[in-house]
Each structure stands twice: as structure tokens, then as C-alpha cells.
Design a protein around this ligand. Sequence first.
Ligand code: FE2
Length: 167
Amino acid sequence: MQAYAQRAAPSSDHDVELWTVTGLLHDADYERFPDMDDAEQGHPRTIMAELERRDAPPEMVRAIASHADYLGVEPESPMERTLVAVDELSGFLVACAQVRPEGIHGLTPKSVKKKLKQPSFAAAVSREDVRGGADRIEVDFDEHVAFVIAALEAQADELDLHGRSAA
Ligand SMILES: [Fe+2]
């Protein structure tokens, strides 16, 4: 989210901090409230309520709602569409990096596409969401994958994505 916000700035009015924090917080309640059928507290309702309580920007709360398709809030703004575009893909790329000795380094769109075709690999990740994400932000699929790989690689220390070679 930070990388995509920075890519467009300063020619756009994208708020880099808003995009970054929205990305960081969008799943903040997931571990405690994973039950999406819990209409009161289920992810992401708890984090949305908490952010509202803290007077977080309404755009942040709406974006978090829009990444959960079962809440019926269609992703519309660039930030909302980008969140949906990078969410499942980021998880998938981390899964790819975790099975490579080199981690995220040297990961290519070509090898990612190969993994996407293996239904058993990171089976929880929706292929439809990953494929549809690039269209949502009108970026070529390979370009989108390469961009998110580069963004994750830039944070490889924090995300522990250097692979076994770093151990
Ligand atoms: Fe989520």
C-alpha cells in the first residue's frame, strides 16, 4: 500500500500515510475475531468499530469495510481498489518466498504464475482475487506482481523474507 501510494505521489493527492496505515490495520482484528459470520464482532467489524471510536479517518474505515466483500461495500476509491489488489497477492508472495532458499530475492512473476496454477499451494489464497486485483487498478498483471515483489523485498528485514540463506 505504501509503495503504491508513493508511486503515484506527488502527482496525485494520495495520502501515503493514510494508505500505509490502512494497509497495516486492515486485518488487525483477524486473529481474535476470524469469524466473518459473526455480524457483531467478526473481522473486520471489530477493527472498524475501534477505529471509529478513535476518530480515525472515515476513508480508512470504509476501505477496511470494502476489502471484506461479504460486507457489501464495493471498493471504489483508488485506495480501496489498491487494498483489494494487493491483499491476497501479498499473502501469496510471502508464501512463495517462504518455500524458496533465497526468500523473496529473485522471485519473478513467471514463477509466481506457475505457483498460482498449483491448486494445493497456498490453497487458502483466492486465485480469482489475485488475478482480478491487477484489473481493479488497471495495471498489467506481470507488472503488478513485479511491483508488489519489489515492495515486499524493500521490507524484507521486517517481514523476514530473506530466506534460509540469511539464517
Ligand atoms: Fe481481511
